[in-house]
Design a binder for this molecule. Structure first.
Ligand SMILES: [Zn+2]
Length: 292
């Protein structure tokens, strides 16, 4: 009787598996942080914010590059995609034009800033529309977080925004697998996090740039994101070692002075402060406060 029951159970189980197909799809949750300066076609600050005559065109192109990344993610088997609008007002991506399969995060809130919304449940991070750190030659609209910062150095490494954001992803044990932007940031991010898939949509030529057509950029981004996610096991989270030391060099000595008011922060020069902690989240929170 017992044996007969187990045979019946096995037959039922086989029938159930046959009815519902193979194994359930593996979870692949992707976080896409989208900046604007590294969008193909874009070259001037006028094009990056409200009031600029060509801003409507470039927010449309920014949205299209976000969509290319979303499409690449789903092509590679993503089960959930969150898009973080991470430029200026954080209200640039046109919500009605975004791929409806993605969820959108708008406006600013907490210390995670361009990575607001990331947590340990994500499997991969993708950066779109990025630019190089302040002071980089032949880089389009280079800066680090704001025009009042000259340098952001974490554990001795000069950080572009993408490097900082990779460290935030690493705090949650999530690897960055892809970045698009100009060729200068593609090079910088590889120097920091190691081998990741990159797509350069333009090459800076001093203040000018040569660039691929936006439609071509979108194809390259979709293909690159899909390739990176299919190879997810090759990427490791970027995790600098504790204790963490953040040094910020401001362009204005008054801002540096103000950033030294937080307990633990010390001025290290006329325009620079340092803050150390064994907890990276303390560093992340301090940076958000200090650069306001
Ligand atoms: Zn930006």
């Amino acid at each position: 009787m017992k044996k007969a029951l187990s045979i019946v159970a096995a037959v039922l189980l086989a029938a159930a598996l046959a009815a519902y197909g193979q194994q359930p799809a593996k979870k692949l949750k992707v976080f896409i942080s989208v900046d604007m300066e590294g969008t193909s076609g874009l070259i001037h600050w006028d094009e990056t914010g409200q009031g600029g005559a060509d801003y409507p065109l470039f927010r449309k192109l920014m949205t299209a590059e976000a969509n290319a990344a979303v499409a690449g993610a789903f092509e590679a088997g993503a089960t959930e995609v969150v898009v973080r609008d991470a430029h200026d007002s954080a209200r640039n991506i046109l919500p009605d034009q975004l791929d409806p399969r993605a969820r959108l995060i708008r406006d600013w809130n907490g210390p995670l800033s361009m990575m607001e919304g990331i947590d340990k449940t994500f499997d991969a991070v993708v950066f779109v529309g990025n630019h190089a750190r302040a002071g980089t030659p032949d880089a389009v609209l280079k800066h680090t977080m704001s025009l009042s910062l000259y340098d952001v150095i974490l554990n001795g490494v000069r950080m572009p925004e993408a490097g900082w954001n990779a460290a935030i992803a690493g705090y949650f044990d999530v690897p960055v697998v892809f970045l698009s932007g100009d060729s200068a940031i593609c090079k910088q991010i590889k120097e920091i996090v190691g081998g990741i898939e990159t797509v350069a949509v333009k090459d800076g030529m001093g203040k000018a740039a040569s660039m691929v057509h936006p439609a071509m950029a979108q194809q390259m981004i979709q293909k690159g994101v899909a390739a990176a996610l299919r190879n997810l096991k090759a990427y490791k989270p970027y995790k600098p070692s504790p204790p963490y030391k953040l040094e910020i060099v401001f362009t204005d000595e008054n801002l540096a002075h103000r950033a030294s008011w937080v307990p633990g922060a010390v001025m290290t020069g006329e325009r620079s402060v340092a803050f150390t902690s064994a907890d990276l989240m303390d560093i992340i929170k301090y940076f958000r406060l200090a650069r306001l």
